[in-house]
Each structure stands twice: as structure tokens, then as C-alpha cells.
Design a protein around this ligand. Structure first.
Ligand code: GDP
Length: 547
């Protein structure tokens, strides 16, 4: 088969970069910061492991797996602690691939699904969407995709588990287009299905990659092998030359061609087929990321977008993780660098308080050799140890008075009241909840009628963690009671008088969050809808962004 007549998609690495000038700009330009989004069991862990393997970051696949197995007993506090110690290291995995530096941010994806997962997506410039070929788009994938869409994060799709019985690939593409309103441009095409899957056809370049050709990440991969359809069909007695020819014709004629601009704008996704388990298609994916994934984007701040190549360092905190030792309120704040260069020992300004903060021991994460670097560049993620000084959404700068916007809080899906066995400790509980809310473990809502605070979480594991940490770190044994409210929505109105009127009329359902922003608590969807309808001019939102 001769190379398909599809013109090779524009290769941004070949184009002169607008940034390519200073050494700083060159460093920034080669960063690619991304996350993997998927539904549990689609193969994220396996793919992460293989990306690191192909990126030369680990020698033996298996490290990521080991971490995951330790996760099994979900309510065991020690295992949460252990997990946390480990995940501080794996929250960001940095590896070099060819001339680029990839930062892969981990998005916890199982029962420990929480706001962290969403917030991590504010710190990436692109995402890989992993889909199980037998299942298609699943609930969690869709949810995470919506968060990416809000931020116009470009998505590269990897359809995994092609070595197993799968759905028809055309049907899978159709499902992506219909349910996500996202155009698909397949760059590879599976030859055979399930047990008869023999490899993929490279749609851009023509040629075939075979499943049994040993690519274990240690060689360079090489170009696809030119092969005629009858040759392909001869690889497996269950393959039909006519069918293959028809499919390849269809896919080159019907499917949209890859278009870099449409991808970067978030309207189109390049699609790769493969099997993470069998190391298959992973290099194509990595090459795809290398070619298409964008370098660090300009981040929005209250002073407008901040150019990543601006030499003045700036960063925002998107995740906070308590350290291993429960006796010290040590935390690691994960900050995404948005501009300039961060060096060990530099003095930064914490914009929320206006106070200086010396970044004495920033942690840098290089899975490659586990060495500690002394500098990081826009696009990188650093861990900053602190004792509670830093909050989620905080901005750090090299003196400038800007604040990054858009780190979201999500309306909780579970609301509970905290019940103390010892009522005398109410004040201590209040303080503890405040601290843990600042850390992003839970959200706290204080009703304006003075009734006890409610805690809100997005995923149930957050409640387990809250309970365990209140006991271990504050000596506060607690239980959770169902609250009379199930839903929380932030409320706002352009017309102040209207808002006052609404508050007066709904007093028992009004609360304030950690930042003092107003929240309406509703008994259920029905009440929420009812109240909403009768309150024109009041805006109810389920996502709040720092501003
Ligand atoms: P995660 O929950 O998304 O992190 O998924 P895992 O990577 O843990 O994979 C879930 C299960 O699917 C595991 O048993 C994997 O071995 C298996 N798996 C992952 N990728 C593939 C694949 O390409 N083919 C097959 N047959 N199984 C896979």
C-alpha cells in the first residue's frame, strides 16, 4: 500500500517558534505539561507506566503499578498516609523525550476521586483521553472531558485494549463526536480486532506497525513498514483483504484530516489505537504528543494573560498535600510555574498576604534519575514544603502584584454535618475544619443562621480522609450525619438589592464558604429548581473560580 494521500499534518516542531529567542524562552518552549483523563480501569495506570518506560524515565515497568496496589484498603488510615507519601512523588512525573521535557501530572482516578482531580487539570496544557475500546465513553471520562473543555485544553485520544474484543472503531469515533461534540481525526487505524488484532495502519504516512514487532521502548521505533493489503490480510487467517481495503478507504475518505489549529482550539482530537498492556501504539501516542501538544500556555490573571516566557517568575498552587508526619503540620503545595524560572532559595511574594516567602527547599520531580534540580521553568510543577502558609489558588510571584484566576472549587456532591462526641471541643473542631478546608481536604459551609457548619466533598474518600485526619492530627473523633441539605450552589446577582431580598427570603438555606462567598443550600434538585425559577436575577453556579 502506498502512503495515503493524506498530507502529513503540520509539524509544529518544524515551525519557527514565536518564543524562540532567549535561553529561558527555549527552556519554556520545550515543556509539555499534560494529564491523562479516563474512567477507572480504562488503562491509565498501565499507560502511565508505559509512557514513562518509553520516555526512558523508568527502566522496568512496574513502579506505578506497585503504587496502585498499595491503595487497595481504602479506609485504612495508614494506607492513606503511605499512599500520600508515595503520591507526593508521583503527583508529577517528569521525563525527557527527544528534545522535549514532559510533565505528566497524576489525576487520582479511583475511589479517591476528588476536587484534586479537577484542579490538576487547571495546571496542564493538554490531556490524553484514554478510552477502553470495549466500553467507549464512560461517565468519568465525560466529566473530566467537560472540565478540559471549559479551559479549551486540547485532547489527544488513545483507544486502549485493542488486543481484546472491542467495539467497532467507526462506532467509537462516532460516539466521541456525538457525546463530546469533538471531531476525531484518526492517525492510526486498527487492523483486525480482538484476538485477530495484528497491528495498526499509519494513516498519515501509510505503512503498518505490527503487534509482534518488539518495541519495548528501548529502540527508536522507526518508521512504519510499507505493506500491501493482501500481505496484511495474510498475517491472520481471519482477516479479509476486501474488508481491510474497504475500511482503509473509508477512513481516509470519511474521517476528518488532522488539523493542528482545530486541535489546539479543542475542537478536534487526534486518535491513536493501541494496547498499553502490550506496549502497542504507545510510541505513536508519545510521538503525537511530541508533535502536537502545546507548549505552556499564557495563564489568565487579574492583570490579563501572563506570557510564559516573561522572565519574572510566577506560579499558582493547585494542590496541597499533607506530609507524612501527622505531628507536624507540614504540607507540600504543588505549584505550576506560569512564567519565568524558579531557582532554589529565591524569594517570592505570596500575593494573597503580600508577604515574602523564601523558596528554600522547592522539590523538583524528575522520574528520570530522581536527582534534585536547582531550577524549574514555566510549565513545570514544583512542590513547596510549608506549614500551612500556602492555600489552594494562591499566587506566588517575583514581586508582581498579580493573581491567577480560574482555579476552581466544585459544588460538593455530598454534604454532611460533623458530629463530635465531645461537645466541649466545638471550637477546636472549627479551627481544624478551617485548616483542612484551606488545604482543600473538604469544603466548609457555615450557615448564616448560626447552625453548625456543614462539610462538602466531591468524592466519598474525602470523608474518610477527613475523619482519619481529625482523629490523628487534632485528637477529634467524629461521625458524619446526613444533612437536611443535599446540594450547594454559589449565588450572586448584579443587583445587590435583589440578592439581599433573596437572602432574606431563604435565610435558612444561606451559608458562607471558606472565602466568605455566599452559598445557597438546597434540600434536593427539586427545591433547587423551584427556588431558581422564583429568583430571576440570581445566578446559581456549581463551579467557583479564584478571582
Ligand atoms: P486504570 O484504572 O485506568 O489505571 O487502569 P489500569 O491501568 O489499572 O488497567 C485496568 C486493567 O486493565 C488492568 O487489569 C490492566 O492490566 C488491564 N489493561 C490495561 N491496558 C490494557 C490493554 O491494553 N489490554 C488489555 N487486555 N488489558 C489492559
Amino acid at each position: 500500500l502506498t502512503p495515503a494521500d493524506a498530507a502529513p499534518a503540520a509539524d509544529p516542531s518544524a515551525a519557527p517558534s514565536a518564543l524562540a529567542a532567549s535561553p529561558l524562552a527555549t527552556e519554556v518552549e520545550r515543556r509539555r505539561t499534560f494529564a491523562i483523563i479516563s474512567h477507572p480501569d480504562a488503562g491509565k495506570t498501565t499507560l502511565t507506566e508505559k509512557l514513562l518506560l518509553f520516555g526512558g524515565a523508568i527502566n522496568l515497568a512496574g513502579e506505578v503499578k506497585a503504587k496502585k496496589n498499595r491503595r487497595d484498603t481504602r479506609s485504612d488510615w495508614m494506607s492513606i498516609e503511605r499512599e500520600r507519601g508515595i503520591s507526593v512523588v508521583t503527583s508529577v512525573m517528569t521525563f525527557d523525550y527527544r528534545d522535549r521535557v514532559f510533565n505528566l501530572l497524576d489525576t487520582p482516578g479511583h475511589e479517591d476521586f476528588s476536587e484534586d482531580t479537577y484542579r490538576t487539570l487547571t495546571a496542564v496544557d493538554s490531556a490524553v483521553m484514554v478510552i477502553d475500546a470495549a466500553k467507549g465513553i464512560e461517565a468519568r471520562t465525560r466529566k473530566l472531558f467537560e472540565v478540559c473543555r471549559l479551559r479549551d485544553i486540547p485532547i489527544v485520544t488513545f483507544i486502549n485494549k485493542m488486543d481484546r474484543e472491542s467495539r467497532d472503531p467507526f462506532e467509537l469515533l462516532d460516539e466521541i463526536e456525538k457525546t463530546l461534540a469533538l471531531d476525531t481525526a484518526p492517525l492510526t487505524w486498527p487492523l483486525g480486532r480482538g484476538r485477530d488484532f495484528v497491528g495498526t495502519f499509519d494513516i498519515e504516512r501509510g505503512g503498518v506497525r505490527l503487534l509482534d514487532s518488539k518495541d519495548d521502548g528501548h529502540d527508536s521505533g522507526g518508521p512504519p513498514i510499507p505493506m500491501e493489503v493482501p500481505e496484511i490480510a495474510a498475517l491472520n487467517p481471519n482477516l479479509d483483504a476486501g474488508e481491510i481495503a474497504h475500511e482503509l478507504e473509508l477512513v481516509t475518505e470519511v474521517c476528518p484530516r488532522f488539523d493542528l489549529a482545530a486541535f489546539r482550539e479543542g475542537h478536534l482530537t487526534p486518535v491513536f489505537f493501541g494496547s498499553a498492556l502490550k506496549n502497542f501504539g504507545v510510541r505513536d501516542l508519545l510521538d503525537g504528543l511530541h508533535r502536537f501538544a502545546p507548549s505552556p500556555r499564557a495563564q489568565d490573571s487579574d492583570a490579563g494573560p501572563i506570557d510564559p516566557a516573561d522572565p519574572r517568575m510566577s506560579a499558582f498552587v493547585f494542590k496541597i498535600q499533607a506530609n507524612m508526619d501527622p505531628n507536624h503540620r507540614d504540607r507540600i503545595a504543588f505549584a505550576r510555574l506560569c512564567s519565568g524560572k524558579l531557582t532554589r532559595g529565591m524569594k517570592a511574594r505570596l500575593v494573597r498576604t503580600g508577604k515574602p516567602m523564601t523558596l528554600a527547599t522547592p522539590h523538583f520531580f524528575f522520574a528520570q534519575d530522581r536527582s534534585i534540580a536547582d531550577e524549574a521553568f514555566a510549565g513545570d510543577v514544583v512542590g513547596i514544603p510549608n506549614h500551612g502558609t500556602l492555600r489552594i489558588g494562591d499566587t506566588l510571584t517575583e514581586g508582581r502584584d498579580i493573581t491567577f484566576v480560574g482555579v476552581p472549587s466544585f459544588a460538593p456532591e455530598i454534604l454532611r454535618r460533623v458530629r463530635l462526641s465531645d461537645a466541649m471541643k466545638a471550637k477546636k473542631l472549627k479551627q481544624a475544619l478551617q485548616e483542612l478546608a484551606e488545604e482543600g481536604v473538604v469544603q466548609v459551609f457555615r450557615p448564616s443562621d448560626g447552625s453548625p457548619a456543614l462539610v462538602g466533598v466531591v468524592g466519598p474518600l474525602q470523608l474518610d480522609v477527613l475523619k482519619a485526619r481529625l482523629a490523628a492530627e487534632y485528637g477529634l473523633p467524629v461521625e458524619f450525619d446526613l444533612a437536611e441539605f443535599q446540594l450547594a450552589r454559589w449565588i450572586a446577582a448584579d443587583d445587590k438589592a435583589k440578592l439581599e431580598e433573596f437572602i432574606a427570603a431563604n435565610r435558612s438555606g444561606i451559608a458562607e464558604d471558606l472565602d466568605g462567598d455566599l452559598v445557597y443550600l438546597a434540600r434536593n434538585e427539586f427545591y433547587l429548581g423551584y427556588t431558581r425559577e422564583r429568583a430571576p436575577g440570581i445566578v446559581f453556579t456549581d463551579v467557583k473560580e479564584t478571582q
